[in-house]
Design a binder for this molecule. Structure first.
Ligand code: PMV
Length: 350
C-alpha cells in the first residue's frame, strides 16, 4: 500500500479526455532495473520542447474491457496488447480501469520511424489521460499529488517515461544529491540550482538509422543482471550525480560536456559487455562522434553529444551566440551521415 492506492469508491461514465506529453533525453542514464520498474541507479534528463505525443482517449463505461489503439490514424494491434497488459498491471492504483472499453488515438509530432523514443512521451500522455479520468470518476485530488501519480503510473509503462511529466531537468531514482528523489516517480531538479547556461540548450537529433532497433531496451535492461560491470556502473551513476550537481550550479560547461559524453559511451559500453553482446551504434554514429571531437579541438566551440539506446546522435549545444557556427557545421559536415538527411531540431528553454 502506498499514497498512490486507488479510491475504491468511484462512479464511471462515458468520457473523452486528451493529453500531450514531451519526450526526454537523459544526461545520466538509466540502464538496468529491478522488479516493478525500480531503477538500478538514479538518472536525470532534459524534457524536450517540441517532440511530443498527443493522445485522445475515449472511455466507454460498463462495456467489456478492451483496448483499441490508433497511431496516426492506423490501427496498431500490438500496441493495444501492450496497453491492455499495462492497464491490468495498474488496477490497484486505478480500481475502475478494467471496467470499460478504450479507444486510444495517438500521434507523435516527430517522425515515427525516427527511432526517437516515443515510449516516454507515449506513456506520459496515457498516464495524464488516466489521471484525468480518475478525477472524473473518483473525485479531485491535489495538483501536486496528481502530477506525482501521473509520473508514478507512467513509470510502470516505461521507466524513463516518468521523467517526461515535468519540465526542465528531471530526476528519477533515489539519490542523496536531490531532495525528495524517489525510485517510484520523478521530481523536478531545483531550478534555482541550475546555472542559466543550462536553461537554454539545443538538442538536434541526427537520424543515423531509422526503424526498429535490433535489441529492445527491455532486453538491454535485463542483460545488466548478468553484466560483470553492472555494480560499478550503478555506483558510478551515483558518483556522477555528485559531480553534476556542482557543474549545474557553477555553469561548468567543459565538465558538463565531459560527463554527458562519458555517460553516453558508458551506456553503449555496457551493451558491448553484455552476454550476449550487442552494438546499437552504426558506422555513422562513430563518424559523427569523431567529427564532433575534431570540431571541438579545432574551434573550442561547445558542440557535444549524447546517445539513447540506438544509433541516433543527440547533438547538444548551448543556445548562445556561437550556435550559428555550430549549426552551419552540422548541416555541412554531419548531416551526410544520416539515412535521409534526417534531423529533428529540438531545444530546451526553461
Ligand atoms: O524507459 P526505457 O525502458 O525505454 O529505457 C530507456 C533507457 C535509456 O533511454 C537508454 C536511458 C534513459 O535514462 O532514458
Amino acid at each position: 500500500m502506498n499514497e498512490f492506492q486507488g479510491n475504491p469508491n468511484f462512479n464511471i461514465s462515458n468520457q473523452t479526455v486528451s493529453a500531450s506529453c514531451p519526450s526526454n533525453i537523459a544526461l545520466i542514464k538509466y540502464w538496468g532495473k529491478y522488479e516493478n520498474q525500480i531503477p538500478a541507479n538514479p538518472s536525470i534528463s532534459y524534457t524536450l520542447n517540441h517532440c511530443k505525443t498527443n493522445t485522445f482517449m475515449e472511455f466507454f463505461a460498463d462495456e467489456e474491457f478492451s483496448v483499441q489503439t490508433y497511431l496516426a490514424g492506423n490501427e496498431e494491434k500490438k500496441f493495444a496488447e501492450k496497453i491492455e497488459k499495462y492497464f491490468k498491471n495498474i488496477e490497484d492504483f486505478l480500481p475502475w480501469i478494467l471496467k470499460g472499453k478504450y479507444i486510444i488515438r495517438t500521434e507523435n509530432t516527430f517522425p515515427h520511424s525516427s527511432g526517437i523514443a516515443s515510449s516516454a512521451s507515449g506513456f506520459g500522455a496515457i498516464a495524464k489521460c488516466l489521471m484525468d479520468l480518475d478525477e472524473q470518476f473518483s473525485g479531485k485530488i491535489a495538483d501536486d499529488l496528481k502530477a506525482k501519480k501521473e509520473s508514478f503510473l507512467a513509470r510502470l509503462g516505461s521507466g524513463s517515461a516518468c521523467r517526461s511529466l515535468y519540465n526542465g531537468l528531471v530526476v528519477w531514482g533515489k539519490t542523496d544529491e536531490v531532495e525528495g528523489s524517489s525510485d517510484l516517480y520523478a521530481v523536478q531538479y531545483p531550478n534555482e540550482e541550475i546555472h542559466p547556461i543550462f536553461k537554454n540548450f539545443n538538442d538536434w537529433v541526427l537520424l543515423i538509422h531509422e526503424g526498429e532497433k535490433s535489441v529492445s531496451s527491455t532486453v538491454g535492461h535485463g542483460l545488466m543482471k548478468t553484466n560483470p560491470y553492472a555494480e560499478r556502473r550503478f555506483q558510478e551513476a551515483h558518483e556522477n550525480f555528485t559531480i553534476l550537481k556542482e557543474i549545474l550550479k557553477t555553469g561548468d560547461l567543459q565538465n558538463f560536456i565531459k560527463l554527458v559524453e562519458h555517460e553516453a559511451l558508458t551506456l553503449h559500453a555496457m551493451m558491448m559487455m553484455s552476454e550476449p553482446a550487442f552494438i546499437l551504434m552504426k558506422t555513422g554514429t562513430l563518424e559523427v562522434i569523431n567529427k564532433i571531437w575534431n570540431f571541438r579541438k579545432e574551434t573550442g566551440l561547445a558542440l557535444f553529444f549524447t546517445l539513447d539506446a540506438g544509433a541516433n546522435v543527440h547533438l547538444l549545444f548551448p543556445g548562445d551566440s556561437d550556435s550559428d557556427k555550430i549549426k552551419e557545421f552540422i548541416v555541412k559536415e554531419l548531416l551526410q551521415h544520416t539515412q535521409n538527411n534526417g534531423v529533428v531540431k529540438d531545444e530546451m528553454n526553461f
